[in-house]
Design a protein around this ligand. Structure first.
Ligand code: NAP
Length: 311
């Protein structure tokens, strides 16, 4: 028995259910709110999207849960107590979508689009000096499923690409760094910094004034990961001081942003409503179904997130 446990609308739940039933016709899959007591007892797998902890706790025989999202940071600590394997979505389609976003917003900054938009609003005719991609250094924080593909796609456009991860990586054409010293070395030569780290105890508030001080003056920032990785007061201070030239932000501590949020009106910030890489229901449902079929046929629980590391 499989439970679909989400905070999505009824229509979205029904759409996901239809896809899962198509992919796994032999499975009994029920939306959590419609499960009776016996079904909850019989449930060994949950397919989840931002579930409430108490919903998962009310499934006493749950062995593992498959998220429909790549980021599961809000759940990692909660499931630690439950001894539940939490499987996040790793989907090449999602990596491609994120890489496309990383390239699109890198080009937006590289070709000075925020500055030209501002100039137009002020009727200013001024040609900014062109810089070739080979002379622009793009660095990626996080070289996981999403960061590696982004590095590859941006590097193919002729940019100088570096990346930073927890463990040392070896990627063709990408300067790979790890550790505190590696981070500082990478930052000192970065023009455009893209954050694709998970939010963990180690990365919360990582991008603060001290971190930004390692970047050359006028560097630009793209955050596609989680809002909590940036110290927002320090970000505004660095933008005001010209230490940072512009920030493209797709993720925020509080989403959606409230109408009072400072982010909306700061002309050095481009606000995106968490759209850089949305789960593709067709490819995601296939991946979830493959993992569930492997479990049913071979008893293999897919690799879960490392709750100790937090991602
Ligand atoms: P992932 O495969 O787990 O990769 C995470 C990367 O970050 C890894 O390279 C890891 O290093 C590195 N890392 C983690 N903690 C670190 C630390 N303390 N110091 C240095 N490096 C560290 O995750 P992913 O699938 O690429 O996704 C990354 C994040 O993107 C997700 O957690 C989620 O928050 C976000 N996301 C956003 C959207 C959106 O639409 N905005 C969509 C999907 C995902 P190792 O390789 O050495 O472990």
């Amino acid at each position: 028995m499989i439970a679909l446990v989400t905070q999505l609308s009824d229509a979205k739940n029904q759409a996901w259910l239809a896809l899962f039933k198509e992919q796994m016709p032999a499975e009994d899959i029920v939306i959590f709110s419609q499960m009776n007591h016996e079904q909850r007892l019989a449930c060994d797998i949950a397919i989840i999207a931002n579930p409430l902890l108490e919903q998962l706790e009310s499934l006493p025989n749950l062995v593992w849960a498959h998220s429909l999202w790549a980021g599961v940071e809000s759940l990692v600590k909660a499931v630690k107590k439950m001894k539940l394997t939490l499987v996040r979505l790793i989907d090449p389609m999602l990596s491609q979508t994120m890489a496309e976003a990383a390239l699109a917003w890198t080009l937006y900054l590289h070709r000075d689009m925020p500055k030209y938009a501002k100039q137009q609003s002020q009727k200013v005719w001024h040609q900014i000096e062109y810089i070739e991609p080979k002379d622009r250094h793009v660095s990626i924080l996080g070289l996981g499923a999403l960061g590696q593909e982004a590095a590859k796609v941006i590097q193919a456009q002729g940019f100088n690409v570096s990346g930073w991860s927890y463990s040392q990586k070896n990627l063709e054409g990408v300067s790979c760094y790890h550790g505190e010293e590696g981070l500082q070395t990478m930052l000192t030569e970065t023009h455009i910094l893209i954050c694709l780290l998970p939010l963990t105890d180690m990365t919360r508030g990582l991008i603060n004034r001290e971190f930004i001080a390692h970047l050359p003056d006028g560097a630009q920032l793209i955050n596609f990961a989680r809002g909590g990785i940036i110290n927002s007061n320090d970000l505004f201070a660095a933008l005001d001081a010209g230490e940072l030239d512009h920030a493209v932000l797709d993720v925020f501590e509080q989403e959606p942003l409230t109408s009072e949020s400072e982010y909306w009106s700061n002309d050095k910030v481009t606000v995106l409503p968490h759209i850089s890489a949305q789960t593709n229901p067709v490819s995601a449902s296939r991946i979830v179904a493959t993992n569930i079929n492997n479990y049913r046929q071979q008893g293999i629980v897919p690799e879960g997130v490392d709750v100790g590391k937090g991602y």
